[in-house]
Ligand binder design. Structure first.
Ligand code: UDX
Length: 450
């Protein structure tokens, strides 16, 4: 099939490469010419394990082309996927890019005599596809949705850092469609992908995405609330608490005398807060959407509130260890919102660095993939980027672990003793063996252990 994906960001490019690898011909439409050239030359504009390799393979096979001419791409494609950003504006979702792109697609379809399905992949609040994209498409194309053109909402469930394998081997594909012909077209598009396909209406698909992300965010904030209670009680390590909780056979069934160990339990841990392009944005959008519908989403409001203050627990730990932060040299290990990505959107590292600077600390940072700060509120001249972990840690008064990169996991108590006078390690991701560090005389504190 011929497919157009509008948007060459994270979701757009990963989806494009994966669909091309399944044998479809894909146009990736973007506006930034430099970025398009990069993609056509086989370079991914962002770091994502495995993406560049697959991109080169599909380019070589002639199955993907990054272009700026939306009109030409759309008119030739049976399926047109909208994968533009839906950022947060005043705590609510900003759908302006969906509106612009829907109009452009409609205009491109005006002269077409063949059938096309327009698919919203961007995360949008329930009702947005039918209330916003549909009327714009109909007006600008002069055609009827459900008759001349199809309409679907097909949320993505990709995790950064694992997006390629998630997309190649999805756990489910949710297809929300306006009509049967649209869903049949999407089932054909995803024929090569073996998994359960949930066919539903558009609003349900939109809500499924929000609910999935909100559930995960809720579990994380819950685990962080429990961590706070453990820290302030003293003598309890949240890791031990979770071990005991996870063994409940309703969470962790025993089948044929063996523990199943569900992936969810491996995923869930207490830490210095969730970040990224999805959880923070989607939970806030759902709260605001519910409010407009007359529902006070009390639980989700708390989830958001807990997460916004969670990074500052790191500062509280640090102050307990060092008292005053004025002129103290602090090494921040990790800027990405999670390992295996160079994405710093909503990363807990940002509020942590801001607070350190406002308290007069001298900040050195090191992240294996992030080499500059995109958050403009931070005075970049006050932050030193170290070229490696040794340079960041040497002679520092304390080290904060903010991202669970494998490179940091390998650091030993001996390493910290070698580089620091009185090592203080505040572990925001609980990557170290607490007993080993304490035994080695390190002042070790972390989320869930005070
Ligand atoms: C998430 C969803 O997992 C994915 O299905 C959806 O499509 C997009 O949003 P992603 O944002 O890439 O994916 O990362 P994820 O691995 O879910 O982590 C999100 C944030 O939560 C990270 O900052 C991570 O460090 C944090 N996290 C995760 C925790 O703080 N504790 C946890 O237990 C798990």
């Amino acid at each position: 099939m011929k497919v157009t994906i509008v948007g060459t960001g994270y979701v757009g490019l990963v989806t494009g490469v994966i669909l091309a690898s399944a044998g479809h011909f894909v146009y990736c439409v973007g506006r930034n010419k430099e970025k398009l050239q990069k993609i056509n030359a086989g370079t991914s504009p962002f770091f994502e394990p495995g993406l560049e390799k697959l991109l080169r393979i599909v380019l070589k096979k002639g199955l993907l082309k990054a272009v700026s001419d939306i009109q030409n791409a759309v008119s030739q494609s049976e399926v047109i996927i909208i994968a533009v950003g839906t950022p947060t504006l005043n705590d609510a979702i900003d759908l302006s890019q969906i509106e612009i792109v829907s109009k452009q697609i409609g205009e491109a379809l005006r002269q077409s005599n063949s059938y096309h399905v327009v698919v919203v992949k961007s995360t949008v609040v329930p009702g947005a596809t039918e209330k916003i994209a549909l009327p714009i498409l109909e007006k600008s194309s002069g055609k009827k949705v459900g008759k001349d053109i199809g309409l679907s909402m097909n949320p993505e469930f990709l995790r950064e850092g694992q997006a390629v394998s998630d997309a190649l081997h999805p756990d489910r594909i949710v297809i929300g469609s306006h009509d049967e012909k649209s869903s049949k077209t999407l089932l054909k598009l995803y024929k090569e992908f073996v998994c359960l396909k949930v066919v539903t209406n558009i609003k349900t698909a939109e809500m499924t995405k929000y609910t999935a992300n909100s559930l995960l965010a809720t579990m994380i904030s819950f685990s962080n609330e429990i961590a706070r209670i453990c820290e302030d009680t003293g003598g309890i390590d949240v890791i031990d608490v979770w071990r005991g909780v996870h063994l409940d056979s309703r969470l962790n069934p025993i089948i044929k005398e063996k523990r199943v160990e569900p992936g969810f339990l491996k995923y869930l841990f207490s830490g210095c807060g969730y970040g990224g392009s999805c959880f923070p944005k989607d939970t806030k959008a759902l709260v605001s959407y519910a409010q407009k519908a007359g529902i006070e989403a009390q639980l989700l409001q708390s989830v958001v509130k807990i997460n916004s203050s969670q990074p500052l627990r790191m500062i509280a730990h640090l102050k307990k260890a060092l008292k005053n932060l004025e002129r103290k040299k602090i090494a921040v290990l990790g800027l990405a919102f999670k390992p295996e990505t160079d994405d710093t959107r909503e990363s807990p590292a940002i509020p942590i660095i801001k607070t350190l600077l406002s308290e007069g600390a001298v900040v050195r940072v090191y992240d294996p993939k992030v080499k500059h700060l995109v958050d403009s509120n931070i005075d970049k001249s006050l932050v030193t980027f170290s070229k490696n972990v040794q340079d960041a840690v040497i002679n520092s008064d304390a080290v904060l672990i903010v991202t669970a990169w494998d490179e940091y996991k390998k650091l030993t108590p001996e390493f910290f003793w070698k580089k620091m006078k009185n090592p203080v390690v505040i572990d925001g991701r609980r990557i170290y063996n607490k007993d080993k560090f304490l035994k080695a005389g390190i002042l070790y504190r972390g989320i869930g252990y005070g």
